[in-house]
Design a protein around this ligand. Structure first.
Ligand SMILES: NC(=O)c1ccc[n+]([C@@H]2O[C@H](COP(=O)([O-])OP(=O)(O)OC[C@H]3O[C@@H](n4cnc5c(N)ncnc54)[C@H](O)[C@@H]3O)[C@@H](O)[C@H]2O)c1
Length: 452
């Protein structure tokens, strides 16, 4: 694969063609390659998941990693030894050591798996450094302006920014998507999704073990407790919308013939995190005095240009089993993942649910049929394989990524918009059009083959 700097020289000529359509990203500069050289920024728990999968691949070389934590870097390095692969170049020392990693020659792509507040600066610096493929973990930015900044930088830098939203590749989600595309549910009307995950044992720990080990957070916490929890202190909105919205947005052709036009959000009072601290650490514990701003259940309603509604739930502070709460409903029937059921009028017995499995076996997505064995052992039931696979295959072919910067921006911007809606007393707020009108022309080509 040619040096990315050769590519940059040609960018000005290509800028006019950058426009916006996912197929209009310049793609003629780099010949397709069979091996991709990557840098990974952030080798915490999620970064290590990605490393494990990358180290399994013959078409990916991780040549550089960066983190500020020695503990995390030690774990990351052991993954290379275990896989029998050469150790990458290590960048560490301070919060901006990643900029040195970005100066490495011949990096085809970077993967960013750091705390949310680092994603925007790291994406922007990657693009500035000439990287053409940036895979970022979920959440594109904190403020609405962050989202615009990334969109504009991707356009100007002719770069592909893919949010590594793995749930879009969950097997049942893809089967449901397949059913939607084949018109089994009829015309789409209403969709639901969310992030309903009891994170109390993640937001707090003992500073050494990631889960269910104590009530510390911030400097005294480990992994996500170190940075994620403070967002629950200062922010009130749907802080983690993408696992729920990504799949249903793709089903509803968002940014590809449809778009979000407005949203309003509602929050409950905040009780769960405080009660957890008191229950586990006692009411004298210093953290028992912390006031958490994040409502325990935040509900967001989105209106789409083509007339569908979407209901999102963010529910991370209360005791509950995990569920993303998907519902995909059209004029002929629906899927609800909460009760694992499908109903299709004229096929299902009237007013009776079918087990979803019967339908999903029949409509199993071609990607899953082809790559099941490769996905075995990959995180989150195999879906983590697919999201990295699609990123790597796009780079090898020098093609746009299946989920692009417009998807990333629209899905992730729900957070600042929901915060604004709540702040304004649940007012309905307008959704920006990051595609600047191109949503009317773009086609939905997400996962239309069994390749990636
Ligand atoms: N898609 C999924 O299923 C999934 C699952 C878990 C986490 N995530 C996402 O992955 C991201 C990382 O989460 P995590 O669970 O790995 O958290 P983590 O705390 O375990 O890892 C984050 C890492 O980033 C490092 N870091 C912080 N600042 C840095 C800097 N300036 N330069 C370099 N490294 C820096 C930390 O030291 C840490 O090792 C988050 O966006 C999170 O939401 C996604």
């Amino acid at each position: 694969m040619p040096d990315r700097r050769t590519f940059i020289k040609d960018v000005s000529a290509a800028t006019a063609a950058v426009a916006i359509s996912s197929s209009s990203f310049a793609s003629s500069f780099i010949a397709s390659a069979d091996k991709v050289r990557l840098g990974v920024i952030g080798t915490g728990l999620r970064g290590q998941n990605h490393l494990e999968l990358l180290l399994r691949r013959k078409d990916a070389d991780v040549v550089a990693v960066c983190d500020v934590s020695d503990t995390m870097l030690t774990s990351a390095k052991s993954l290379f030894s275990k896989a029998g692969k050469p150790l990458p170049k290590i960048f560490t020392g301070d919060n901006y050591a990643y900029r040195k990693l970005l100066e490495e020659k011949n990096l085809d792509a970077v993967i960013i798996a750091t705390p949310w507040e680092w994603h925007t600066p790291m994406i922007l610096d990657s693009i500035r450094a000439g990287i053409k493929y940036v895979g970022t973990e979920v959440i594109l930015g904190i403020t609405l302006q962050d989202h615009w900044d990334v969109v504009k930088a991707a356009q100007n830098g002719n770069a592909h920014v893919m949010m590594l939203e793995n749930v879009c590749y969950r097997r049942d989600v893809m089967a449901a998507m397949n059913m939607v595309k084949q018109g089994i549910f009829g015309e789409l009307m209403h969709l639901q999704g969310g992030y309903q995950h009891d994170l109390r044992g993640v937001k707090f720990n003992d500073g050494k073990t990631a889960h269910d080990s104590g009530v510390e957070f911030g400097e005294k916490g480990f992994s996500e407790a170190k940075w994620r929890t403070v967002h629950s202190v200062h922010r009130n909105g749907d802080l983690y919308p993408t696992h729920g919205i990504g799949p249903v947005a793709l089903m509803a052709d968002i940014n590809r013939g449809n778009r979000f036009i407005s949203l309003s959000s509602f929050d409950t009072k905040a009780r769960g995190l405080h009660e957890y601290i008191v229950k586990k650490g006692g009411k004298e514990h210093a953290n028992a005095k912390v006031n958490f701003k994040l409502g325990d259940v935040v509900t967001t309603h989105i209106k789409c240009a083509n007339g569908e509604t979407i209901l999102l739930q963010h529910d991370t502070n209360l005791p509950r089993p995990y569920s993303l709460g998907f519902r995909v409903q059209g004029t002929n029937g629906l899927w609800m993942d909460g009760n694992n059921s499908v109903y299709v009028e004229g096929v299902s017995k009237p007013h009776q649910w079918d087990a979803a499995k019967v339908w999903f076996d029949k409509y199993d997505h071609p990607l899953w049929k082809r790559w099941t064995r490769d996905a075995e052992g990959a995180g989150h039931g195999g879906m983590d394989f697919f999201v990295l696979h699609s990123f790597i295959e796009s780079i090898k072919r020098n093609k746009p990524t299946p989920m692009d910067v417009y998807d990333a921006a629209a899905w992730s911007a729900i957070t600042p918009l929901s915060e604004k809606s709540i702040e304004l007393g649940n007012e309905t707020v307008e959704f920006p059009d990051f595609t600047s009108g191109q949503w009317m022309y773009r086609k939905n080509d997400f996962a239309i083959t069994d390749e990636y």
